[in-house]
Design a protein around this ligand. Structure first.
Ligand code: PRP
Ligand code: ZN
Ligand code: MG
Length: 224
């Protein structure tokens, strides 16, 4: 792959995908995403779009293998905390706050769970992908618990007997509803941001990024 092309990571499938693709199109980037390919080349600009799991995006930027990434603040925060603990690279720049991708990171329990506040979770097992943000919240609340790390399908954990509660991202609430769960505590509110790798880009690439940022401003202002 050419080093000359700007590499942008987007979520392949999930809460951010549709809005991200819409924004890229509104910025004039022509690219065919109707394939299963991991990398799609833009036809009219020196840009490659990488379609990955959203949770992999912050790490790709922090390792400098991708130039730009669209990501939820919560996922970025979790990856920063995880890498901080492991002593791995965390440097990056947040270059734009975006007006989409709003979601909550919430505790949820079975509909018939008699929830009386976070103390009700004392001593229980909570399934989540984002163990560090959950840990910070539970320590501040002074409630002991056990965490069960799942990278996906967190919402089925209570029914599967893997956990007593979950902590996961909620956007429309459809996933919780479909799994007989109720949201009982919001612990983090997040929207999407555009992040850039820390290491300087070539002049050509930085010019292209600046042009995209101006276009994003235009698109977002028009929507307000
Ligand atoms: C999150 C979360 C739920 C879904 C909630 O997944 O894990 O599955 O969004 O959205 P809803 O309230 O609108 O139903 P994400 O987009 O992060 O995808 P992933 O699970 O593949 O990482
Ligand atoms: Zn995710
Ligand atoms: Mg999910």
């Amino acid at each position: 792959m050419s080093e000359q092309r700007l590499r942008i990571a987007i979520q392949k499938k999930g809460r951010l995908s549709d809005s991200t693709v819409k924004l890229l199109k509104a910025c004039g980037i022509k690219v065919n995403l109707n394939t299963q390919r991991l990398i799609a080349h833009s036809e009219n600009m020196p840009i490659d779009i990488l379609r990955v799991r959203d949770d992999d995006i912050p790490g790709l930027i922090m390792d400098g293998v991708v130039d730009l990434g669209f990501i939820g603040q919560n996922v970025l925060e979790e990856e920063s905390m995880m890498r901080g603990v492991a002593g791995e690279a965390t440097a990056h720049k947040v270059v734009k706050e975006l007006n989409f991708g709003g979601c909550r990171f919430s505790l949820a329990v079975d509909n018939d769970f008699d929830y009386q506040g976070v103390q009700s979770l004392s001593g229980l097992r909570i399934a989540t992908t984002y163990i560090h943000i959950l840990k910070r919240f539970m320590e501040e609340a002074n409630v002991p618990y056990t965490s069960c790390m799942l990278t996906g399908s967190v919402e089925v954990a209570p029914r599967a007997g893997l956990a007593d509660a979950i902590c996961d991202l909620v956007s429309t609430g459809a996933t919780l509803e479909a799994n007989g769960l109720k949201e009982v505590e919001v612990i983090y509110r997040s929207t999407a941001v555009l992040m850039q790798r820390e290491k300087a880009l070539s002049n050509e690439k930085q010019c292209l990024v600046d042009k995209l940022l101006t276009r994003i401003d235009g698109v977002q202002t028009a929507k307000e």
